[in-house]
Design a protein around this ligand. Structure first.
Ligand code: SAH
Length: 359
């Protein structure tokens, strides 16, 4: 593609690092420091329209509008949890595609949960995200804009943590994931420490190996959900390609290479993976490893008619792990009253839309 045709098509500023934006401005004959000003407006002041960037002349703003867009999606719905004040945003990227982002204020933290894909290929039985299949990967700007809009809900526009636990499998969109992490991390963009960013994966071994080589300080979470192939395989079809033993071996190598602990996410589903026997197997599997287990009582979805164990059963499961010296926390899902488990809001919205279509 010639440079001329490249700069003729509006480009999303949010897809570009500061250096990339500078290159584009240079090609268009615009001073480079304007890139710093644009980034300052977007990332520093949450201003997403060129017309509101008051230190740019009208001529320059018009020129920028010809060359670029600032791809901020439209908010379709916003649901606020009465229980824990988390806010779930359903964001429309274009006519067809929408994604979710959740803002979760806690005592000392303000966490944002973001999506990396529209839909998901991995069809975990308990998860609403993949029920309608996979549509496409998100671009860097489409991921960053979720962070920006959710950040705008926070007092002082301050956030402390980002988790890739929304819709999609981040490792299935690896190049965009890495660039997004670098921009979240960059002082010129969102300036969020890598240790405050958690990537959650269903366990794609080759990408865990790649991440180990990146020299990033991000937190890695593995969705495990079963201590052996039969339990895990029944919940997560990805287990056929990447079974439990191979996954744990890879995790051990990751810990050795990076010196960083791994968190294992374990949903507790009554009668499926939450018995004493499974707790003992899980404990033996992880014993001695630099890791933590995060127990998550299952948040029910219509497609998977099961329930979470009782509080006492969750505590009993936790105690078995602790007896083996495996560090364990229990995460009671945020925003249960607003369908905040992975993909639930989007899936409820789609069902409503389908019902409307039928009318
Ligand atoms: N694909 C990635 C990230 C998305 S899922 C992954 O598999 O890790 C993010 C987290 O939400 C995972 O730990 C997942 O297991 C959890 N989750 C999904 N559906 C849930 C439900 N119905 N109840 C509780 N947790 C759920």
């Amino acid at each position: 593609m010639s440079l001329k045709s490249e700069i003729a098509k509006p480009i999303d500023v949010l897809n570009m690092t500061l250096d990339e934006l500078k290159k584009k401005l240079h090609a268009a004959g615009i001073e480079l420091y304007r890139a710093d000003q644009i980034h300052q407006w977007i990332f520093g002041k949450s201003v997403y329209e060129f017309d509101k960037m008051t230190n740019l002349s009208e001529d320059l703003r018009n020129r920028l509008k010809e060359l670029f867009v600032i791809g901020i999606p439209k908010e379709v719905t916003r649901e606020v949890s009465v229980g824990d004040k988390s806010v779930k945003l359903l964001l429309k990227l274009n006519e067809k595609d929408s994604v979710e982002a959740v803002y979760m204020p806690m005592k000392e933290r303000r966490t944002i949960c973001i999506s990396s894909q529209v839909g998901c290929k991995f069809h975990c039985a308990f998860c609403a995200s993949g029920q309608d299949g996979f549509f496409r990967n998100l671009k860097v700007g489409e991921i960053l804009s979720q962070v920006l809009l959710a950040r705008d809900l926070s007092p002082n526009k301050k956030i402390s943590n980002i988790v890739f636990m929304g819709i999609g499998e981040p490792f299935d969109n690896y190049p965009e994931l890495l660039k997004t992490i670098r921009m979240l991390n960059s002082k010129n963009a969102l300036n969020i420490g890598a240790r405050k960013i958690t990537v959650s994966t269903c366990g794609i071994i080759p990408k865990i190996e790649m991440l180990a080589e990146e020299g990033l300080q991000v937190e890695l979470s593995i969705s495990l959900h079963g201590p052996n192939d039969s339990v895990r395989g029944a919940l997560m079809p990805v287990n056929t390609a990447y079974p439990v033993k191979a996954l744990i071996e890879t995790c051990k190598k990751y810990v050795k290479k990076t010196g960083r602990a791994i968190t294992f996410e374990y949903i507790l589903v009554k009668g499926v993976n939450a018995s004493d026997n499974e707790a003992n197997q899980l404990a033996r599997l992880l014993k001695g490893m630099l890791c933590k287990v995060n127990l998550i009582p299952y948040n029910p979805i219509a497609e998977f008619p099961h329930v979470a164990p009782t509080y006492e059963e969750v505590v009993r499961f936790q105690q078995i792990l602790q007896k083996f010296g495996v560090k364990t926390t229990v995460r009671f899902s945020k925003g249960r009253d607003i369908q905040a488990a992975c993909g639930q809001l989007r899936s409820v919205h789609q069902k409503r839309e389908k019902r409307k279509d039928k009318r």
